[in-house]
Ligand binder design. Structure first.
Ligand code: RB5
Length: 149
């Protein structure tokens, strides 16, 4: 798969581990930065990654900021994005299997690099289960489109 990566200054401590997990899984990285510690604005990077995913340039996206919260909020404003804020390996698996998350967001100030590696490896290895979960995601899409459930 092609994996889009975006980070602000608060998330760069996880970049190396995430890049390694993407490469170890045999995936291609599309790196939107930042790789610098200068203060920057997470929505700029969330939008780059979200647009790459909804346009099909990337299959999935990974966002890094201090907590992962700002990145997930910003990415989820883009129609078609299902971004999961993930802090543990079980959630990484569930967000792929049940929520078909097309982006995950991690926090460099709350998650250590080893855990980030495991989260990304798990997320990229897991497959959407479909079935009843698709019905629920159809309802999520309906909410996004302002339709009745
Ligand atoms: C930047 O200081 C910090 O606010 C940002 O990385 C992120 O944690 C926001 O949610």
């Amino acid at each position: 798969m092609k994996i889009a990566l975006g980070s602000d200054h608060g998330g760069i401590t996880l970049r190396e581990a995430v890049i390694k997990a993407v490469a170890d899984g045999g995936h291609e990285l599309i790196d939107f930065g930042t790789d610098k510690s200068d203060s920057c604005d997470y929505p700029d990077y969330a939008l780059l990654v979200a647009n790459a995913v909804v346009s099909g340039v990337a299959d999935k996206g990974i966002l890094l900021c201090g907590t992962g919260i700002g990145m997930s909020i910003a990415a989820n404003k883009v129609k078609g994005i299902r971004c999961a804020h993930v802090t543990d390996v079980f959630s990484a698996q569930m967000c792929a299997e049940h929520n078909n998350a097309n982006v995950i967001a991690l926090g460099g100030r709350i998650t250590d690099p080893d855990t980030a590696y495991k989260i990304v490896t798990t997320y990229l290895s897991a497959a959407f289960a479909g079935g009843r979960h698709q019905r629920r995601l159809d309802k999520v899409a309906a909410i996004e489109n302002g339709e009745e459930l």
